[in-house]
Ligand binder design. Structure first.
Ligand SMILES: Nc1nc2c(ncn2[C@@H]2O[C@H](COP(=O)(O)OP(=O)(O)O)[C@@H](O)[C@H]2O)c(=O)[nH]1
Ligand SMILES: [Mg+2]
Length: 332
């Protein structure tokens, strides 16, 4: 006779799909979206994390068989990747976890996304085990020549680029096929067509609608609250709120320089040997002139941003300032 008491709880693997201050929304292919809270000891978290979990975290949760109560998160799997942003010493923030791609959504016109946004986004994910891909949207608004010029630059640097228009489903075929089986974090300034793209993708998918009502809860961090969109059980998009300035304080100067493929070849030749973090005789720094004008500006903006994180915004950068002063090594 089996004397073992039948268990009254069930366990299931989920991913964290949204964070609502006091509780979590979680998703499993089998059960869909559920609401969850944390087990007491998991609330304790390192001081530099706002939350013990971020969107994309893979977790194990349990519930009563009856599922009358919220699910309770009991453990978290180790992250295979995560994206960080940091804009001040006290503001290190993990944006999402277990992501394969960051899709940088660029608008070719109306409004035009500048290279600076692309460059900063690429740098931000360079040391995170996440691959940046670049989606050039609104190709219907520009000439073939303009499209080639904008894309060619990044293609030649080795990045995967996708020319699309949200007015035509056919144009996102290659993109859709490459996103299959992957988790992709979408970034783009307001107006670039992020919502249009998500609508286009989901219009053609088996997206599960989220049946949980959160209307009585106020999101605690609404400006940074990402959410999961399920295309199919293994293909997931994470929609991010507009990232105005992707703070890079979590990176060092040497790391930022080494996110520029044009400069990496010089790192290998640098007589300093082990990367000195853009110190004296840094060959990558010497070669900033080899970058095209726009990319050089992006790099200068990022390096300056490390120096004076609060004051520097792309708009108030004086073009070429660092290149002119490079022998003074202002940013040592
Ligand atoms: N011509 C054109 N307009 C687009 C395209 N994609 C989006 N739009 C328009 O751009 C505007 C902003 O799009 P939206 O999806 O709301 O951008 P979001 O702020 O990034 O979510 C809307 O008026 C869209 O209709 C496109 O491929 N071509
Ligand atoms: Mg939108």
């Amino acid at each position: 006779m089996n004397l073992e008491k039948p268990s009254s709880t069930v366990k299931e693997n989920f991913i964290v799909s949204k964070i609502y201050g006091a509780y979590y929304e979680i998703y499993s292919p089998r059960l869909g979206f559920k609401r969850a809270t944390l087990k007491g000891k998991l609330r304790l978290t390192k001081s530099d994390d706002r939350h013990p979990f971020v969107v994309g975290d893979r977790i194990l949760a349990e519930n009563e068989l009856s599922e009358k109560a919220d699910w309770v998160i009991i453990s978290k799997e180790e992250r295979t990747s995560f994206l960080t942003r940091q804009s001040s010493n006290s503001d290190k923030h993990i944006l999402c976890a277990n992501v394969d791609f960051v899709a940088i959504i660029v608008s070719l016109a109306g409004p035009e996304t500048k290279d600076g946004f692309i460059d900063r986004s690429i740098t931000a994910c360079f040391h995170s085990n996440v691959t940046p891909i670049i989606i050039f949207n609104k190709k219907d608004l520009v000439t073939e020549e303009k499209l080639k010029e904008r894309m060619g630059k990044y293609e030649s640097l080795g990045y995967k680029v996708y020319p699309i228009t949200c007015t035509n489903l056919e144009s996102i075929k290659d993109l859709l096929s490459d996103l299959q089986g992957k988790t992709t974090y979408l970034v783009g300034n307001s107006g670039v067509g992020k919502s249009s793209l998500i609508n286009l993708i989901t219009s053609n998918s088996e997206q599960k609608t989220n049946e949980i009502s959160h209307s009585t809860q106020k999101g605690k961090h609404t400006t940074t609250n990402s959410s999961v969109i399920v295309i199919n059980p293994t293909t997931i998009l994470i929609d991010s709120p507009g990232i105005k300035e992707w703070g890079l304080l979590h990176l060092t100067k040497g790391q930022i320089l080494s996110t520029f493929p044009e400069l990496v070849k010089y790192q290998k030749k640098c007589k300093v040997g082990e990367c000195c973090n853009a110190g004296n005789d840094c060959l990558m720094l010497e070669k900033i002139d080899k970058l095209d004008e726009e990319r050089a500006k992006s790099l200068e903006s990022m390096l300056e941003g490390l120096e004076i994180p609060y004051r520097i915004r792309v708009g108030n950068l004086k073009s070429g300032k660092l290149r002119k002063q490079k022998n003074n090594r202002r940013w040592d």
